[in-house]
Design a protein around this ligand. Structure first.
Ligand code: NAD
Length: 269
């Protein structure tokens, strides 16, 4: 995919990976819609980008944890940009923890934001893309969607579902012009890792123990290159490919290793 003059929507763009993606795509010549729950932040970033190039950056507040929020976002973005070339379903939550301590609303939120949002967006994007014979869907899952997230059942399960949905999209529509990629990072230096969402149950410690914590700007640059070359699986932490191979080669051994890692990291809390 080529970025100059392309029309791109990024969700979860108020900060972290999403804001860095929107900035990077814009710097490469794209026109972008930044979407998030936090209207103030996306409005500020859009204004900053717009100052460089008129008619190139827009803010569209939406709750993508609902079908209506996704429908409105797709329709508004289409109107603002004149069509959508790349939709980046990046918003995510790290809600919940161990099964016995996770409430039903936490499970629902994790499913709504981390996976249902992707299929709701796709439902409203696909008619335009299939008619035109082109479109690009990229989602942010996580290394947790290929491996697991120690300390968080909802995060592990919904991120696996996000990877599965991206694979299914590629299989189902890849020969009809719809390209698909799926971003699966380990630790990235954002609010989710530092402050908040993944802060419970030692999950943050596990992510830090698993390898280098990357800056969102580095991840955005890595993603832009992967999308330019239309690579399906985007792994800014290359060791994730190795971990995944070890998992596939011997699941029993991999599970035993993960239990050891859990004991080590949670024992240190
Ligand atoms: N930071 C990491 O270590 C890491 C690792 C792997 C994957 N990820 C994934 O990367 C993505 C981006 O997260 P981040 O690390 O930049 O953290 P972040 O908290 O900075 O960004 C997440 C964004 O999603 C938005 N969001 C959440 N629920 C929403 C909703 N219902 N509607 C609209 N927006 C909503 C938040 O407001 C926030 O701006 C997430 O999908 C996350 O799961 C992060």
């Amino acid at each position: 995919m080529e970025f100059p003059a392309s029309r791109i929507v990024v969700t979860g763009a108020a900060g972290g990976i999403g804001a860095a993606l929107a900035r990077r795509f814009h710097a490469l010549g794209a026109r972008v819609v930044l979407s998030d729950l936090h209207e103030g932040a996306i409005t500020r970033i859009a204004a900053e980008l717009e100052a460089h190039r008129p008619d190139s950056a827009f803010a569209c507040a939406a709750d993508i944890g609902t079908e209506d929020g996704n429908r409105a976002l797709v329709e508004t973005s289409r109107r603002l940009l004149g069509g959508i070339d790349l939709f980046f379903a990046n918003a995510g939550v790290g809600t919940g923890g161990f099964v016995e301590a996770t409430s039903e609303p936490e499970w629902d939120l994790a499913f709504d934001v981390n996976i249902h949002a992707h299929r709701w967006a796709a439902k409203y994007l696909l008619p335009e893309w299939l008619e035109r014979g082109s479109g690009y869907f990229c989602s942010t899952a996580s290394a947790a969607g290929l491996l697991s997230q120690i300390g968080s059942a909802p995060y592990s399960v919904t991120k696996h579902a996000a990877v599965a949905f991206a694979e299914w999209m590629s299989i189902s529509y890849g020969d009809r012009g719809v390209r698909v990629s799926c971003l699966c990072p380990q630790g990235v230096n954002t609010n989710m890792l530092n402050g908040g969402d993944l802060g419970e149950n030692g999950a943050t410690n596990v992510v830090r123990a698993a390898g280098e914590v990357l800056e969102p700007e580095y991840v955005a640059g890595f993603v832009a290159e992967a999308i330019a070359s239309e690579t399906f699986l985007i792994l800014p932490h290359p060791q994730v490919a190795d971990f995944e191979q070890r998992k596939a080669a011997d699941r029993g051994r991999w599970l035993a290793g993960m239990r050891k890692l859990q004991a080590r990291v949670l024992g240190e809390l």
